[in-house]
Design a protein around this ligand. Structure first.
Ligand code: ATP
Ligand code: MG
Length: 386
């Protein structure tokens, strides 16, 4: 009887509908290969599952850790692969030691298989009971769950535990977008959430050196590096905002300072998108969190661009955002105390309900096109790879 240790990879079914199915699966397999570059393994595809085999056993846990962050995978199981004919499965299961309560969960993906899932569960349950004196069936709160999956490749996969992955859609399946990355807690989380929906990322950071420090910039590079655990690579555009801020400070109403800053950030972001062929802008805004994130403020900043702006955190509480930041590993860097450019020249009372009309009027005192182009022409680009 041939037995082989493998990893059984499960992916979400949602994106498998329609004619994109094949493309998505191919992308997912390529993403797995890229993530595990440098490790020994091979992949086998069988409808509904990917089998990772021929790996070094001492690398198993590190491989599983890496697989968790491959978007599109929903679970991984350490499994034994055996031939799927019933006598063979029976022989294998009769050798399994179980004491205490258990249940069998069987899945017959291949409907040509002579036993239904329920029949397989009953029969294998009996096999376990016959070969383990102390085993007892408990369908509701068993100590042990024994999974048996018969797949289309004529194999059965036996395992005990499903290790959860991050889920989502395969990276790259949705195209590529530009993340506005500050040094705060929110924007890295926003980038992560959109990457999870299949978007590759580039990022732009605005700094106000020398009003902000060199460390503030390093911190943002570090955040981008942490995000590459999920997206492999980020091209980070580092744009100086110093002159723009000085100009706004000198020429515009203090209470509109942040509104106009944001509008210029959006214009620069959109230009970078056009240049780099990116389909959307991503921000970490959350409704009502600060004056610049009221519905009216968002309307005024949004109105200068035509590309879609994705704000995945719009309905999230700060607590929930912090939980995700901790979970994805960006929190500790985000709370380092360096200043963001938005804190320079910060007005005491920023406008809470700005209007487009007033913003447009104030902007007449600035040479916006010149400032935007100058900022982009002087950008510094860092490509960060995982
Ligand atoms: P974060 O925690 O992401 O810094 P925040 O709560 O500080 O967000 P704001 O300062 O109002 O909120 O910024 C809102 C969004 O604008 C950020 O999430 C980010 O996407 C973008 N943003 C703000 N400052 C910068 C910056 N210096 N460079 C690039 N993007 C920025
Ligand atoms: Mg911030």
């Amino acid at each position: 009887m041939e037995e082989k240790k493998v990893l059984l990879l499960k992916f979400g079914e949602l994106f498998l509908k329609g004619k994109n199915k094949h493309e998505f699966e191919k992308l997912l397999m390529n993403n797995i290969r890229r993530k595990l570059n440098g490790y020994n393994f091979s992949l086998q595809y069988t409808s509904g599952r990917i089998i990772l085999e021929n790996y070094d056993e001492f690398e198993e846990n590190i491989i599983i850790q890496k697989l968790k962050t491959v978007f599109g995978l929903i679970g991984v199981a350490k499994a034994v692969e055996i031939d799927a004919d019933y006598e063979n499965i029976k022989k294998f299961v009769s050798g399994i030691k179980i004491s205490g309560t258990f249940k069998v969960v069987a899945k017959r993906a291949d409907k040509r298989y002579p036993l239904t899932s329920v029949e397989l569960e009953r029969k294998l349950g009996e096999v376990v009971l016959n070969s383990n004196e102390k085993a007892k069936v408990d369908l509701h709160t068993p100590n042990t769950i024994l999974y048996a999956e018969v797949r289309f490749n004529g194999k059965c996969y036996i395992y005990y535990e499903n290790i959860k992955c991050f889920g989502g859609l395969p990276l790259g399946s949705g195209g590529e977008a530009l993340l506005l990355l500050s040094g705060g807690i929110d924007s890295p989380v926003a980038g992560y959430l959109m990457a999870k929906r299949g978007l590759k990322l580039e990022a732009v950071h605005f700094h106000s050196y020398p009003y902000t420090s060199e460390q503030a910039k390093e911190k943002v590079i570090e955040l981008a590096r942490e995000l590459t655990n999920y997206v492999d690579e980020i091209k980070l555009h580092i744009v100086s905002f110093t002159k723009i801020q000085e100009q706004i400070h000198m020429n515009c109403d203090a209470e509109y300072m942040i509104t106009i800053m944001r509008r210029i950030m959006m214009r620069i972001a959109e230009k970078i998108c056009k240049k780099e062929n990116l389909g959307a802008i991503i921000t970490g805004e959350s409704l009502g969190q600060v004056a610049s994130q009221t519905m009216q403020s968002i309307n005024v900043t949004n109105s200068v661009v035509t590309l879609p702006v994705f704000r995945p955190l719009i309905g999230f509480d700060k607590e929930d955002i912090m939980d995700i930041a901790k979970n994805i590993g960006t929190y500790e860097t985000s709370i380092l105390p360096y200043e963001d450019c938005c804190t320079v020249f910060l007005p005491k009372y920023p406008v809470i309900k700005p209007t487009i009309k007033r913003a447009e009027h104030l902007e007449k005192f600035l040479n916006i096109d010149l400032l935007v182009n100058e900022a982009i022409n002087n950008e510094e680009v860092v490509v960060i790879k995982n």
